[in-house]
Design a protein around this ligand. Structure first.
Ligand code: ADP
Ligand code: MG
Length: 350
């Protein structure tokens, strides 16, 4: 049987998903700066044949001397999905395997990380025809609970909140205003957060979609669909073993993070700028917690932001974490893509 502390290196799974070029990127003939080599390897900023050719061409020489060398860096992850992968493939390779851990009593958390437009919400929520991993995870969870129902009774509640500008808002009940966090032993309780009992996953997609429509979104220069909020979907499971009447509570958190691009890139000022810096605060704090966990430090700075306080009982320790890093393959976002690959690499060493 499992010991109380599992080997830490097995507790995080890092998955990278490269979305297809958008129509505009295709029309603009954008250079592709990510090659998916196989199901584990990516080459960032690859050297291309024609570039090598031009480099040796005498006429272009002067110009190409000034041109930055391609980085041509290999990155290895637990799983890599290219532009052809659909949400079912991503589900199979990312969250499907954690459902066992959840039903074994381990808190789990799933993050989608990446710049705005990289495909985070597509991965998490998806569309009616092609639901994302949250819905698929719930369907699988219900199927596995069904197969265990002779041994155990289950009760499921879900909540959906956002952290926006370091303020917590209930996405299922937005009229309740700003909610406060209260320390409660190992974790944190969100006072007044609505918990919806679920007995069938089919209601889930509507619930998620409705919640997503309540997310705070502000158009910015960089991208009209920019999202500066972290959407936190949480599933609480109470399991009661029939033979012993023992009960256990477990939590699965799925988080659609705010865009990881630099605040400066959105050209905002005033309110926008403050929003940007506050979001950076939660993302920065998450990064610092990941760094501290990766370094095996004793002190993990969970208290530094709302997001990390919320996830204190679901990160590190016995928890299972899945990080899905979303990237665009197009050249204009090369800096964001590079940063996301570096962030994901860091998470790998937890
Ligand atoms: P983010 O949430 O990271 O800002 P989105 O999920 O909204 O990004 O994706 C940006 C755009 O790209 C959307 O129009 C979305 O439908 C599209 N898109 C993202 N990923 C994929 C994919 N794997 N296949 C097809 N379209 C995608
Ligand atoms: Mg989004």
């Amino acid at each position: 049987s499992r010991g109380p502390v599992r080997r830490s290196s097995a507790n995080v799974k890092v998955v990278v998903r490269v979305r297809p070029l958008s129509q505009r990127e295709t029309e603009n003939n954008s250079r592709v700066i990510v090659d998916v080599v196989d199901d584990k390897m990516i080459v960032f900023d690859p050297k291309r044949e024609e570039e090598t050719f031009f480099f040796h061409g005498s006429k272009q020489k002067g110009r190409d001397m000034l041109k930055k060398q391609n980085k041509n860096t290999q990155y290895l992850f637990d799983c890599v999905f290219g532009p052809q992968a659909n949400n079912e493939n991503v589900f199979e390779g990312s969250t499907k395997s954690i459902i066992n851990s959840v039903l074994d009593g381990f808190n789990c958390s799933v993050f989608v990380y990446g710049a705005t437009g990289a495909g985070k919400t597509f991965t998490m929520l998806g569309t009616h025809e092609n639901p994302g991993i949250t819905f698929r995870t719930m369907v699988e969870l219900f199927a596995q609970m069904e197969s265990q129902k002779h041994d155990k009774d289950f009760e499921i509640g879900v909540s959906y909140l956002e952290v926006y500008n370091e303020t917590v808002k209930d996405l299922l009940n937005p009229s309740s205003g700003a909610l406060f966090l209260r320390e409660d032993g190992a974790g944190v309780v969100v006072a007044g957060l609505k918990m919806e009992r679920i007995s069938d996953p089919n209601r889930m997609f509507e619930l998620l979609e409705h919640g997503n429509q309540n997310r705070s979104q502000h158009p910015t220069d960089a991208n009209a669909e920019s999202s500066r909020s972290h959407a936190v979907f949480q599933v609480y499971i109470r399991m009661k073993t029939k033979s012993t009447a023992q009960t256990k509570m477990v939590k699965l958190s799925m988080i659609d993070l705010a865009g990881s691009e630099r605040g400066a890139a959105t050209g905002g000022a005033g309110v926008r700028f403050k929003e940007g810096s506050n979001i950076n605060k939660s993302l920065l704090a998450l990064g610092n917690c990941i760094n501290a966990l990766a370094d095996g430090q004793r002190h993990i700075p969970y208290r530094d932001s709302k997001l990390t306080r919320l996830l204190k009982d679901s990160l590190g320790g016995n928890c299972q974490t899945v990080m899905i890093a979303n990237i665009s393959p197009a050249h204009p976002t090369i800096e964001d893509t590079h940063n996301t690959l570096k962030y994901a690499t860091r998470a790998k060493s937890i």
